[in-house]
Design a binder for this molecule. Structure first.
Ligand code: ATP
Length: 282
């Protein structure tokens, strides 16, 4: 049996650069992981089947689940006749902008590589990851990086300055597809991604906070005004940065110490929000 921890990501920068002819968008992003993770266990079965279970009743356990899809793809590619029993203990909120599905997919690639001794190197794993989802290549890497193209060009960056992250998600999910369909390239704002990169390279926390930004915020805020209210509330609490992650609806805040993070966490009502105070992993 193999256990994998699949970590959530946040975007310190997300710039929608252009639209491609295949309707995908070219992006420039700075991403890192936080200490919030799903725990996946994998066991080999004699019978040629994939048996998936999870602690969340609403997650599909068939080919609609990214974990199932990934395992099936690899089994077919390598003509693996053995089966798999996989359990997902999910802690990352779903449809939240935290790459919860992609990180599970990335962990599945790593686990099958090990279980079946497939000898895939990072390039090969990334190639499979790209077919599963655009955040999967980053999740395979799992550390701070500049991510470009459609999520497939990864340039490692130094660790993000040490800090705490408070994640606030309203009790609804947002479809990434819906947000991208509503992007208007004429009107969106563009964060200065290079300044965020430079700040991380200089280990300058406040510069990083100053330049962090997300082109998709205005799109999600227009469709879901409650997401903007979360950002406003966090800013009013005096955090160093409040920014939406990915296409939302999770908004996160950065602060330097644990006590402040816990205090901010406790100021949100748990009936309406899922809130986590976690360390940045860098
Ligand atoms: P991203 O930040 O990459 O856009 P997200 O956090 O917005 O990701 P996910 O949590 O990955 O979104 O979920 C998106 C959809 O994928 C959900 O509708 C969910 O039902 C489906 N899904 C399939 N498999 C999984 C999985 N293992 N974990 C979470 N969601 C999954």
């Amino acid at each position: 049996m193999i256990t994998e921890n699949a970590f959530a990501k946040i975007n310190l920068a997300l710039d929608v650069v252009s639209k491609r002819s295949d309707n995908y968008h070219n992006l420039r992003m700075v991403m890192t992981t936080v200490d919030l993770y799903d725990r996946l266990t994998f066991e080999v079965l004699d019978e040629d089947t994939i048996v998936l279970s999870s602690n969340r009743y609403f997650l599909p356990t068939d080919e609609r689940n990214i974990v199932y899809k990934t395992a099936k793809l690899i089994k077919d590619m390598y003509a693996i006749k053995a089966g798999l029993k996989i359990h997902i203990h999910k802690s990352i909120p779903v449809a939240a902008g935290l790459a919860g599905g992609s990180t599970d997919g990335a962990s599945t690639i790593k686990a099958l590589n090990e279980l079946f001794k497939l000898n895939m190197d990072m390039e090969k794993m990334k190639e499979i990851g790209k077919q599963i989802g655009s955040d999967v290549p980053f999740c395979l890497y799992g550390k701070t990086a500049l991510v470009e193209g459609v999520g497939d060009i990864i340039t490692p960056l130094p660790e993000v300055p040490r800090c705490w992250v408070v994640l606030v998600k309203p009790r609804f999910g947002v479809s990434t597809k819906e947000i991208f369909q509503n992007v208007n390239l004429e009107t969106i704002t563009h964060p200065d991604v290079d300044k965020v990169v430079n700040a991380i390279e200089k280990n300058d926390y406040y510069e990083m906070c100053k330049h962090a930004g997300n082109s998709l915020e205005s799109v999600t805020f227009r469709l879901y005004p409650e997401v903007e209210s979360i950002k406003q509330k966090l800013l009013a609490l005096g955090v160093d940065l409040a920014l939406m992650s990915g296409s939302g609806p999770t908004v996160y805040a950065l602060v330097r110490n644990e006590q402040r993070a816990k205090k901010i966490k406790n100021s949100f009502d748990k009936k309406h929000y899922e809130v986590y105070a976690v360390r940045i992993r860098g």
